[in-house]
Design a protein around this ligand. Structure first.
Ligand SMILES: Nc1ncnc2c1ncn2[C@@H]1O[C@H](COP(=O)(O)OP(=O)(O)OP(=O)(O)O)[C@@H](O)[C@H]1O
Ligand SMILES: [Mg+2]
Length: 477
């Protein structure tokens, strides 16, 4: 701790020394406690305050209620004596079963009647106090000491006919004793209750946090080798449950991405193998049978062809890697005029491709995106079509609502309905038996789909009967 705080000045130079160092140390200590400890401590502190306040209020209410009851019974007793006095039927000796002291004082200030054991010479209240008490109209406290009663008294005065006054008094200390007893019970009971509640909340918080500990253990067990492991999902449908399911969904996605990456690497390696093997074979044959310059020329041509395939494969893989890297976002987003881009791109194919742009010379067809990427989409589709078509490939561009629609149609064999989605997967070739020089690695349509997705568009293949039509929709900007 000491070493820690002595190193602190570098951390926050603005904080004033002394008090703030202590406060920061306490805050640091508090933050380092377990969640269980902090939750229990906060709950207990709140409970302690609540219990103390309610004990205090309870004591007040109890004292008030006891006082009211005493006053009420004093009043009733005095009232009874007043009725007797008014009727002139006061007995010579007043009796009291509940310990109330009664004095009846006449107009001259003499005590005419009193309960047994009560002073018959000196009234508990002198004339002035009696008058004051009468106007107050409620009971008051009186020290019993001067009258030989070693207690605090509660006194009520009522007036009767013929100037008589009735004084009723009762020892109040009994009430005080019961309030004190209740106080003692609370002073001992409240901390006990608090300790009990703190223990209960310690247990409950511990139980609540148990699934989180299980999650942590589960996460610890997930290693590079055991990828398919999942975190334990608690039975309760609570926050921990949603956390566990969310994390499991994330693990799922990571696992899928990982699997995709692995298969990409192995597929790529597989695709690289055959051109490399072919190059090697050609070179070996050439070296084994040294002939004329023609042999070398043939060899060089073969090697060049394979090298071109390798280059294309590397470029396609790079394009896919870039798309993956950006996670479905575009590197560039600028206005691209498709009505310019499409003719420019297919120019190189000469008469093999026919372009038709709806509403020619009319409004510009502009989308937001990357011109290079969109050009590659068209090239990939046209390359595919040219590979299968008999007559020239037809490329059409039109607008439809808020979309630009680009189609590439051929009259080749087409693709069976069942395979029209599958061909968009990476390294999927349908006619894999065909000669190597004709086809690529099966990445063309994958690049098309991922690029179009990144542009917020959609691509699908449909029957052009005969042949196949690729339809690309891109939102107009
Ligand atoms: N116009 C088409 N007519 C018939 N089949 C097609 C057509 N376009 C694509 N295919 C089929 O879909 C498969 C996948 O096409 P994709 O463009 O992804 O790969 P590829 O053309 O074989 O190789 P790459 O494009 O990487 O050079 C092709 O192998 C082919 O079998
Ligand atoms: Mg292709």
């Amino acid at each position: 701790m000491a070493a820690e705080s002595s190193g602190a000045p570098g951390g926050d130079g603005r904080a004033e020394p002394g008090r703030s160092t202590g406060a920061r140390r306490t805050a640091g200590w508090w933050r380092r406690r377990s969640l269980r400890f902090r939750l229990t401590a906060v709950a207990s502190a709140v409970l302690a305050v609540a219990l103390a306040v309610s004990a205090h209020v309870m004591m007040g209410v109890l004292a008030r209620a006891l006082l009211d009851r005493t006053d009420e019974s004093l009043y009733q007793r005095a009232r009874g004596v007043v009725s007797l006095a008014d009727a002139g039927r006061l007995p010579g000796e007043l009796t009291s079963s509940d310990g109330t002291l009664i004095q009846v004082v006449d107009a001259a200030g003499r005590i005419t009647h009193a309960t047994t054991g009560t002073d018959r010479l000196v009234p508990l209240l002198d004339a002035r106090k009696r008058a004051a008490s009468l106007t107050e109209g409620r009971a008051r406290f009186l020290d019993g000491e001067p009258y030989g009663i070693p207690h605090l008294l509660r006194v009520r005065v009522l007036s009767a006919d013929r100037g008589q006054t009735v004084i009723a008094a009762r020892v109040f200390s009994e009430v005080e004793t019961s309030v004190a007893t209740a106080g003692r019970v609370l002073v001992v009971g409240t901390p006990l209750l608090l300790v009990l509640l703190a223990a209960v909340s310690w247990v409950i918080v511990g139980r609540t946090l148990r699934p989180i500990a299980a999650l942590r253990r589960g996460a610890e067990e997930i290693t590079g080798t055991a990828r398919s492991r999942r975190l334990p999902v608690p039975e309760s449908r609570d926050e921990v449950y949603s956390l566990a399911t969310t994390l499991n969904a994330m693990l799922d996605r990571l696992e899928r991405a990982d699997a995709r990456q692995r298969s990409l690497v192995s597929d790529a390696a597989h695709e690289l193998r055959s051109p490399l093997a072919s190059i090697r074979l050609q070179l070996e044959v050439a070296l084994g049978h040294p002939g004329g310059a023609d042999d070398w020329r043939e060899t060089a041509e073969g090697v060049l062809e394979d090298t071109t395939r390798l280059t294309r494969l590397a470029e396609d893989l790079l394009a896919l890697a870039r798309l993956d890297e950006r996670g479905g976002a575009l590197a560039r987003r600028e206005p691209v005029r498709l009505d310019d881009l499409v003719p420019q791109t297919v120019e190189r194919y000469g008469g093999a491709v026919t372009v038709r742009i709806a509403g020619e010379g009319g409004a510009a067809v502009t989308v937001a995106g990357d011109a290079l990427d969109l050009g590659r989409v068209l090239v990939n589709l046209v390359d595919n079509a040219l590979r299968h078509t008999v007559s020239p490939v037809l490329v059409e561009l039109r607008t439809e609502g808020a979309d630009a629609v680009l189609t590439v149609a051929d009259d080749g064999p087409g693709i069976p309905e069942a395979d029209r989605e599958r061909v968009f997967d990476r390294f999927t070739r349908l006619d894999s038996a065909r000669s190597r020089d004709e086809g690529g690695a099966g990445l063309g349509l994958a690049i098309v789909r991922e690029t179009v997705d990144a542009h917020g568009g959609a691509v699908h293949l449909e029957d052009a009967s005969p042949g196949l039509r690729a339809v690309v929709r891109l939102p107009l900007s």
